[in-house]
Each structure stands twice: as C-alpha cells, then as structure tokens.
Write a protein that binds this ligand. Structure first.
Ligand code: SF4
Ligand code: SF4
Length: 129
C-alpha cells in the first residue's frame, strides 16, 4: 500500500505514473488585452489537448501530450542529455504533492469556458471587432 511507504525525493517519481511532469508542455504567451487577442485564444483553445491558464507570472498555453522519451517504467530515455527544463524541475515539492492547478487564477479547458469569460469581460463582446 502506498500509504505504508515513506515517500522521499529518491522514490517519489517511481510512484508517479504516468509521470505528471512529462505529460505536457507549457508556453508563456503575451497577456491578452483586446478582443482580437481573446479571439485568437478562442481559436487555440478550440483544439484538442490545448488549455489556457493564468497565474501570478502571466498567461500560458498548456499543451497536453506525453514526451516521446518517457519510458514504460516511468524513466527518461535520454536522462543524461535531457533538456534543461527537465533538469531544473525539482521533485522536492512537485505536482505529485500538489496539482499545478492550485496556483492557477484562471483555467480555460475549452472554447465554451473562455467564451463565457470573454462575454463577461467585454460588455460589447458580440459587437463586431
Ligand atoms: S518530478 Fe514530481 S511530477 Fe515529475 S515524475 Fe517526479 S513525482 Fe511526478
Ligand atoms: S526528456 Fe525525459 S525528463 Fe524530460 S519530459 Fe521527456 S521523459 Fe520527461
């Protein structure tokens, strides 16, 4: 039973299946301000595997998809030469401990949720741009 095992930084990743931090990428985006900016985000979030979130640091695209180097046992197939983004990610307090969503102020996982936000933010949303 997992509850009987002491989780440490040495063994934590072996319990994290599939490896959460190897299952998506993020890309910072310009803070959207205008209707045209949000129109563009509506287009992007309409696609499979794309979400948009905002946290203290800014706005981001969240693109779900497992890394091609993730091995079946949860290891990294290019561990020695893995990118810096992977090297810099510490498992001392990671998404195994607390979902990333906890730090999001806004999260849009589909067109409808972002459209509702746009309609509330822009009183004249349905008028032509
Ligand atoms: S660093 Fe954290 S989120 Fe990534 S595989 Fe290890 S336990 Fe999972
Ligand atoms: S390169 Fe390795 S550590 Fe980095 S995301 Fe892919 S599997 Fe994970």
């Amino acid at each position: 039973m997992l509850s009987d095992v002491k989780i440490t930084t040495e063994n934590k990743c072996s319990f994290c299946k599939p490896a959460i931090c190897c299952s998506y990428i993020t890309q910072e985006i310009e803070t959207p301000r205008s209707k045209i900016d949000f129109e563009n985000l509506l287009w992007q979030v309409s696609h499979d595997h794309i979400s948009i979130y905002q946290e203290e640091d800014g706005w981001y695209l969240l693109i779900s998809g497992q890394c091609q180097h993730l091995l079946k046992d949860g290891g990294c197939g290019i561990y020695e030469t893995r990118p810096n983004a992977c090297r810099d990610y510490s498992n001392e307090f990671c998404e195994f401990d607390e979902p990333a969503e906890e730090s999001f102020n806004l999260l849009f996982e589909n067109y409808d949720s972002l459209l509702t936000y746009c309609q509330n933010r822009f009183k004249s949303w349905s008028s032509p741009i």
